[in-house]
Design a binder for this molecule. Structure first.
Ligand SMILES: Cc1cc2nc3c(=O)[nH]c(=O)nc-3n(C[C@H](O)[C@H](O)[C@H](O)COP(=O)(O)OP(=O)(O)OC[C@H]3O[C@@H](n4cnc5c(N)ncnc54)[C@H](O)[C@@H]3O)c2cc1C
Ligand SMILES: NC(=O)c1ccc[n+]([C@@H]2O[C@H](COP(=O)([O-])OP(=O)(O)OC[C@H]3O[C@@H](n4cnc5c(N)ncnc54)[C@H](O)[C@@H]3O)[C@@H](O)[C@H]2O)c1
Length: 449
C-alpha cells in the first residue's frame, strides 16, 4: 500500500488542474486514469471537434461565395481530416504523462475503485490518501433501448475512417447539432431525432429557431418530439425506431450517433464504500466542492453536481478544490454566468439569462431580438443567417443575457462575459471603440436603447 497527500481520479481538465497545483505546493500526489492520459476535451471533445468544425467552415464559406468571386464549393476529404485531427490528439497521452512525471506526480493506469473512505484500489495496488479528488467526468448516458450497442458515441464519430452517407443523430443538444454540421458539410445526409419540443433547450428559443430554419434549408432533417425507442439491423445498415405523435416511425441510416446526453462516470468507483453520495447530476458537494458525506473527498469538473459540464468550468472547479485542500475550506463556488458556444456553422453562443428565465423571475428588462442577415458582417461572407437577442436590466443597465448566432459569435460572446463579470453597463459597452470592420464592432448595435 502506498500513501499520498492527494490521490486524483481522472486526468482531464479538472483532475490535472488539482494535481498540478497541489504538487506545486510540495505535497505528494498520485493521479489515476483508466483511459490514455489527458481527458475528454483534448482527446475526445472540444479540441478534435473544433478541428472537424474548421473544415466544415471552409466548405460552408466557399459554398456561400460561389458566383460571388469563388467558382466552386470545396469538399472535405474525410480520411485526411481525421488524420489531421490525430496530429492534435495522438501526442496528448505521452505529453501529459511526461509533464506529470517532470513535476513528480505519480502516474497510475487503471480503473480506480474505492475500498474505504480514504483508500483506492487500482488492480492489485492500494493507494491511501489524506484527500481524494473525484474528477472522472461524464460518459454517454445509457438509453436502455433495444439495439443500444449499435450506437456510435461522439468518440467513435471522430474516429470514423470513412464518413457514411446516411446519419441519424439521437438527441438534439450540443453534440447532435455540432456533428450534424460537420457531417452535412462533408456530404452526408443527416437527420436529428430529438425527443423534446425544441432542440438546444438551454439556449434562447428565438435564436435557436433561426438556426433550425437555416439547418433545414441546408437539408438537415430535424424531427422534434421524436423519442428513439430502438435500433435494429447490422452495422452500416441500421433502422431507427422512434415514437412521434403517438405513432411508431422508422428512419434508415448507415450510422446512428449517440447525442442523447452524458452523465457522471461514477459506476466503477464503488462510492458507497467511501460513503460518498451521488445525485442525478453527479457527486453531491458543498460550496467548497467537498463531498457532503465524506470530508476527505472533493469532486470537480463534469462529475460534480455543480455548474455546467464545460471545460472552462472543469479547470475553474479544479482550482477551487486545490485551494481548499491546501489552505482549508475558504474558496467557494461562484455561480457567475459562463459563456458557451455550440460550434455549428455559423456558431450559436450564449451567456446569462434567457428571455424565458427573465420573465419567470419577473425582472424588468429591455430585450432586443433581431435578425441580422442584412448586416454588413453577414452579407460580406454571404452567410444565410445571423441574429441576436440581448437582455439588459432596466434599472441597473447591467447586461443580463446575450444570445448570438452568426460568424464570430464564439468570440464576441466573450466580450459580453467580460462586461457581465466586471459589471460594465450596456451604455459603457455601447461606447467602446472596437477595431472596424469586425464582429465586435457590431456590438454597439446589439444593445437595447
Ligand atoms: C464531443 C464533445 C465535445 C465537447 N465540446 C466542448 C466544447 O467545445 N467546449 C467545452 O467547454 N466543453 C466541451 N465538451 C465538454 C468538455 O469536454 C468537458 O466538460 C470536460 O472535458 C470535462 O473535464 P473533466 O476533467 O471534468 O472530465 P474528463 O476530461 O472527462 O476526464 C475524466 C477522466 O476520468 C477518467 N475516469 C473515469 N472514471 C474513472 C475511474 N473509475 N478510474 C480511473 N479513471 C477514470 C476518464 O477516463 C477520463 O479521462 C465536449 C464534450 C464532448 C463529449
Ligand atoms: N460546445 C460545447 O461546449 C459542447 C459540445 C459537446 C458537448 N458538450 C457537453 O456535453 C454534454 C452532452 O452533450 P449532448 O449533446 O450529448 O447532450 P445534451 O444534454 O446537450 O442533449 C441531449 C438531448 O438528447 C435528448 N434525448 C435523450 N434521449 C433521447 C431519445 N431516446 N430520443 C431522442 N432524444 C433524446 C435529450 O432530451 C437532450 O435534450 C452537453 O451537455 C455539454 O455540456 C459541450
Amino acid at each position: 500500500m502506498q500513501s499520498f497527500d492527494l490521490v486524483v481520479i481522472g486526468t482531464g481538465s479538472a483532475g490535472k488542474t488539482v494535481a498540478e497545483a497541489v504538487r506545486k505546493a510540495g505535497k505528494s500526489v498520485a493521479i489515476i486514469d483508466k483511459l490514455p492520459f489527458g481527458g475528454t476535451c483534448s482527446q475526445r471533445g472540444c479540441d478534435p471537434k473544433k478541428v472537424l468544425v474548421g473544415a466544415a467552415e471552409v466548405v460552408a464559406r466557399s459554398a456561400q461565395l460561389v458566383g460571388k468571386g469563388i467558382d466552386h464549393t470545396t469538399s472535405i476529404h474525410w480520411p485526411d481530416l481525421i488524420q489531421f485531427k490525430k496530429t492534435f490528439t495522438d501526442p496528448i497521452p505521452e505529453n501529459t504523462e511526461e509533464k506529470f512525471t517532470e513535476q513528480g506526480i505519480q502516474i497510475v493506469h487503471g480503473v480506480a475503485t474505492f475500498v474505504s473512505d480514504n483508500t483506492i484500489r487500482v488492480g492489485d495496488d492500494e493507494l491511501v490518501a489524506k484527500n481524494i479528488v473525484i474528477a472522472t467526468g461524464h460518459r454517454p448516458q445509457t438509453l436502455n433501448i433495444p439495439g443500444e450497442e449499435l450506437l456510435t458515441d461522439s468518440t467513435g464519430f471522430m474516429e470514423l475512417p470513412e464518413l457514411p452517407q446516411e446519419i441519424v443523430m439521437v438527441g438534439g443538444g450540443y453534440i447532435a447539432f455540432e456533428f450534424a454540421h460537420v457531417a452535412a458539410r462533408a456530404g452526408a445526409s443527416v437527420t436529428i431525432l430529438h425527443q423534446g419540443k425544441r432542440p438546444l433547450e438551454g439556449f434562447d428559443a428565438d435564436v435557436v429557431q433561426l438556426l433550425v430554419e437555416a439547418m433545414r434549408a441546408l437539408g438537415i432533417f430535424i424531427v422534434l418530439e421524436a423519442k428513439v425507442t430502438a435500433i435494429e439491423g447490422e452495422p452500416n445498415k441500421l433502422t431507427v425506431q422512434y415514437e412521434r405523435d403517438g405513432a411508431n416511425h422508422t428512419a434508415s441510416a448507415n450510422l446512428v450517433v449517440h447525442a442523447a446526453g452524458r452523465v457522471a462516470d461514477v459506476e466503477e468507483l464503488a462510492l458507497d464504500k467511501a460513503h460518498v453520495e451521488v445525485g442525478k447530476k453527479g457527486v453531491l458537494v458543498n460550496d467548497y466542492l467537498q463531498s457532503a458525506s465524506n470530508p476527505i473527498v472533493y469532486a470537480c469538473g463534469d462529475v460534480a453536481e455543480k455548474g455546467l459540464p464545460l471545460t472552462p468550468l472543469a479547470s475553474y472547479e479544479g482550482k477551487i478544490v486545490a485551494e481548499n485542500i491546501l489552505g482549508g475550506n475558504k474558496k467557494t463556488y461562484s455561480n457567475d454566468p459562463v459563456p458557451s458556444t455550440v460550434f455549428t456553422v455559423p456558431p450559436l453562443a450564449s451567456i446569462g439569462l434567457t428571455e424565458e428565465q427573465v420573465k419567470k423571475e419577473g425582472r424588468k428588462a429591455k430585450i432586443l431580438f433581431q435578425e441580422t442577415a442584412d448586416w454588413y458582417s453577414t452579407r460580406r461572407i454571404n452567410e444565410a443567417v445571423s441574429g441576436f437577442k440581448t437582455i439588459v436590466d432596466e434599472d441597473s443597465d447591467q447586461i443580463l443575457g446575450a444570445h448570438l448566432l452568426g460568424s464570430g459569435s464564439e468570440e464576441v460572446i466573450n466580450l459580453f462575459a467580460l462586461a457581465m463579470k466586471h459589471k460594465i453597463t450596456a451604455k459603457a459597452m455601447g461606447e467602446m471603440l472596437f477595431a472596424y470592420p469586425t464582429h465586435s464592432s457590431d456590438l454597439s448595435s446589439m444593445l437595447p436603447d
